[in-house]
Ligand binder design. Structure first.
Ligand code: FES
Ligand SMILES: [Fe+2]
Length: 323
């Protein structure tokens, strides 16, 4: 059981005895006790005050006294999807049902998911915008020789782009091929290929608004290793052209942990900027800034106020990572 402030409201996040994850509004509709201080009873969440029990849809399913549960005994329930080691919850201010979700990923042959969580002052519009902010890759992260392989492209709630750049490890230049996938403002995935190491890495950056102007930022990594160098990687890095023997489970997990450290360090370099950034409605963009204008047009569909208090529109957010 976890008690979480999400979108400026308190929620109870719990797993039923059958293992199903649920997210319910934490204010008991009976007399206002905090449901996140209750306990799980079978498939229900039991209020610590008078013992009303709520099912995963937020309906009161049982009361300890005689009679039927009051019809108005209903708390908010967020639609939940558990995938690839993540619990994703759909938030829509008006309670509309989910209309999309990120594309499913093949997990066979991949390491487990390794995650780290940060709390910071930032806005999801800022954290996602970095995916297309080409200039900041060198000025903030020190990436070199950045090249756009596929320009940013938006389609409904999805935005993607593909880059090549050089990242230095202990001063050794390592080429990386990045494919960025944004699904709404809460879910960002980078598929990274490092041809010289025969290494594929998935990097998640997941923003969940908590109280106004603040978020929980979760980063995650998973890796897949091959001994052979990728053939034709430039054209199609995710094709079956990745050949060779896997390095073995333990090594793959170790590399995923190392990738997490690197990702956490890279993302941390953005924190101070995000925390003190002001939304500029009409930015003075320079050549080489990347697809900022396209990103902002795309982001409008989520109906998010750019300034705190955040008013998140329909989007998916990660509540908890299960390694
Ligand atoms: S306040 Fe929850 S059952 Fe009474
Ligand atoms: Fe960044």
């Amino acid at each position: 059981m976890q008690s979480k402030e999400l979108f400026s409201q308190r929620f109870a996040v719990f797993r039923s005895e059958a293992g199903v994850a649920s997210v319910l509004g934490a204010t008991c509709p009976h007399l206002g006790a905090d449901l996140s201080r209750g306990r799980v009873c079978g498939e229900h969440l039991r209020c610590p005050f008078h013992g009303f029990e709520f099912d995963r849809a937020g309906r009161c399913a049982a009361i300890p006294s005689e009679g039927r549960p009051p019809p108005r005994a209903q708390t908010r329930s967020l639609p939940v999807r558990e995938r690839e080691g993540l619990i994703l919850a759909w938030w829509d201010e008006h309670g509309r049902a989910p209309s999309w979700e990120p594309a499913a990923l093949e997990t066979q042959g991949w390491s487990t998911l390794h995650t780290r969580r940060f709390e910071l002052r930032a806005h999801p519009l800022s954290t996602s915008e970095n995916s297309v902010d080409l200039a900041h890759f060198s000025s903030v992260h020190g990436f070199e020789a950045l090249e756009v392989l596929e320009p940013a492209r938006a389609e409904g709630p999805y935005l993607s782009a593909r880059y090549r750049f050089v990242h230095r490890f202990a001063r050794l230049p390592v080429e990386n091929l990045f494919r960025v996938h944004l699904w709404g403002l809460g879910y960002s995935l980078v598929e990274n290929l490092t041809p010289s190491l025969g290494l594929a890495t998935r990097l998640w950056v997941l923003a969940t608004p908590t109280r106004p102007g603040h978020m929980e930022l979760r980063v995650g990594t998973s890796t897949r290793t091959r001994l052979a160098v990728v053939e034709g990687g430039e054209q199609s890095p995710w094709s079956p052209a990745i050949r060779g023997r896997s390095l073995g489970r333990a090594t793959t997990e170790l590399i995923a942990r190392f990738a997490l450290r690197t990702l956490a360090a890279d993302v941390s370099a953005d924190f101070d900027i995000w925390s003190h950034r002001t939304h500029v409605e009409r930015p003075a963009l320079a050549k080489g800034d990347g697809a900022i204008a396209l990103y902002r047009r795309w982001a409008r569909q989520f109906d998010v106020s750019p300034e705190p208090p955040a008013n998140p529109g329909p989007t998916l957010h990660t509540l908890r990572a299960r390694a």
